[in-house]
Design a protein around this ligand. Structure first.
Ligand code: ATP
Ligand code: MG
Length: 204
């Protein structure tokens, strides 16, 4: 009796998996286009920049060329910067000078952001770059330090096969409207709020 039940169960499982495979195969067959993607990683939870750097590792594994531009950069001792700067196919630009509450100088923040965008424009015109990461770009956009129309135009006019990843909280709607993939990190709990300082290898 037990054997019979087990056989039934196995049979039902196999049928279910067969149906599932047909659905998955059909979905894979439908996804037959290729293009440079715009990804937006936003939300209040942890994981936006580290997800972007995970994709940098993937791209490098495929022999692709990557550029990283960091807009708001409070510190220069992160593990990702130390690691990726050693890699041959990565260019790494720190374009920000830190958080607004650290710099405390609006004019200078605006000037820094605009000079930073000029550097990014060169990346977005370089078809040899397969992936461009614009880390924390949402902040200069949100504060109006960069002209949204210019940024959107430059993104639209980039080489067709170039992937771009934008990270940062509160991604503006106009940017999301252009994106192919949007992920919102949802903050459930963060160790920082229990008084635990940023940990090497996890937070920096
Ligand atoms: P990460 O670089 O770890 O992927 P992130 O890019 O999603 O984080 P940021 O807003 O750039 O988040 O913040 C960077 C730092 O702030 C990291 O040390 C991260 O652990 C921490 N952090 C991220 N989310 C939260 C949160 N909800 N509360 C407190 N600290 C956070
Ligand atoms: Mg980040």
């Amino acid at each position: 009796m037990i054997e019979c039940n087990d056989t039934d169960k196995a049979l039902r499982h196999r049928k279910r998996m067969q149906r599932k495979k047909e659905i998955v195969d059909a979905a894979i067959a439908r996804a037959n286009q290729t293009k440079g993607l715009l990804l937006v990683l936003t939300g209040n939870g942890k994981g936006k920049s580290s997800s972007a750097f995970g994709m940098v590792a993937r791209a490098l594994g495929h022999g692709m060329r990557v550029a990283v531009a960091q807009f708001i950069k409070g510190r220069s001792d992160t593990g990702e910067e130390a690691f990726f700067r050693q890699q041959a196919n990565v260019v790494w630009h720190v374009l920000g000078e830190g958080f607004t509450w650290d710099t405390q100088n609006l004019e200078r923040d605006i000037e820094t952001a605009r000079r930073g965008w000029a550097v990014v424009q060169n990346m977005l015109r370089d078809p040899r770059l397969n992936l461009v990461v614009l880390d924390e770009l949402t902040y200069p956009l949100k504060y109006g330090w960069l002209d949204m129309e210019t940024v959107l135009e430059d993104l639209k006019n980039r080489p067709p096969m170039q992937h771009v990843i934008v990270t940062g909280r509160a991604a503006p709607q106009a940017l999301c409207d252009l994106a192919d993939t949007i992920t919102e990190m949802h903050d459930v709990r963060h160790a920082y709020r229990s008084g635990i300082m940023a940990q090497n290898g996890i937070d920096l």
